[in-house]
Design a protein around this ligand. Structure first.
Ligand code: PAF
Length: 282
């Protein structure tokens, strides 16, 4: 497995891949890898001749400096996992490489970023859009792999690719869960033992709401009962609990089985902000 710190070193390999007609898969990550990331890697290994994983904790997508400072990192272990998985190369740039100067460009995703994560984390999707654009330019993948766990990020990146005509195909990989249902996330490492138990409330409330909606209960009541569940749990604060049209990524105020919909949640468990989502009929 090759470790590539600078785009200039990558260019020669990229040209070789083009000349030998090999397809390139990119798995962008911020490290602290778990099985969810490895699912993206497996999908890329299946679909592409060559797989590159990038590891870069992108400062511009953190609206909270403390969250950035405390973002889990485990580079040595990550490299071992990727080598074992059979990854061909890892791109490990520095902040100076990715941001030789502070970007003045601002990406505005309109209504897509005015709700949920965009509303709670101002500037987050601008940072995601900029770093993903830079990675696409530097690495030039044929296919890029993203997790469904970040459902709104998926909608943002689909819009980025479509509107800026990036010649990249996107592959979205389902959320990987722990045995009890907790969605895998690098941030789970920061949970204490008791917070880890409380974190299960996210998945439980999504699953309960999905069952109730399928049984015909009104969204307003389903949402209220999820909110009440969170109000009762000390140390856990609900940020949002929402029903979205999965294709347009718009908030819905009623469940319509004819529309592909998903439930989305964000909550603080102690200091740790977790997100999750569950497709209802997608
Ligand atoms: O999903 C993530 O880990 C990040 O948002 C991404 C896509 C690697 C960009 O930094």
């Amino acid at each position: 497995m090759q470790v590539i710190p600078r785009p200039a070193q990558w260019q020669a390999i990229r040209l070789q891949l083009i000349h030998s007609d090999q397809t390139l898969g990119l798995v962008p990550t911020m490290g602290a890898l778990h099985q969810g990331h490895l699912d993206l890697v497996s999908r890329s290994l299946e679909k592409c001749d060559y797989t590159l994983v990038s590891i870069f904790v992108n400062p511009t997508q953190f609206n909270n400096p403390e969250d950035f400072a405390k973002y889990p990192q485990s580079l040595e272990q990550d490299l071992k996992l990727l080598e074992k998985a059979g990854v061909d190369a890892v791109f490990l740039p520095t902040v100076e490489t990715m941001y030789p100067s502070k970007p003045r460009i601002k990406l505005d995703f309109g209504s897509l970023e005015q709700i949920l994560e965009g509303a709670s984390r101002p500037g987050h999707f601008n940072g995601v859009g900029i770093i993903v654009s830079k990675l696409f330019h530097m690495i030039q993948p044929d296919i890029a792999f993203f997790g469904q766990k970040d459902l709104q990020q998926v909608a943002i990146i689909q819009s980025l690719v479509r509107e800026l005509s990036f010649p990249v195909q996107l592959e979205i990989v389902p959320t990987r869960r722990e045995l009890d249902g907790l969605a895998m996330s690098s941030r789970n490492r920061r949970l204490s033992e008791s917070e880890r138990k409380q974190a299960l409330l996210l998945y439980e409330s999504l699953s309960d709401a999905k069952d109730l909606l399928i049984k015909g209960h009104a969204w307003e009541k389903v949402k209220k009962s999820a909110e009440t569940l969170f109000e009762k749990e000390e140390g856990v604060t609900l940020d949002y609990f929402a029903l979205v049209d999965q294709e347009k990524f718009e908030l819905l105020d009623a469940y319509d089985p004819a529309k592909k919909s998903s439930l989305c949640i964000a909550a603080f468990v102690g200091e740790i902000r977790l997100i999750d989502n569950l497709p209802i009929n997608a």
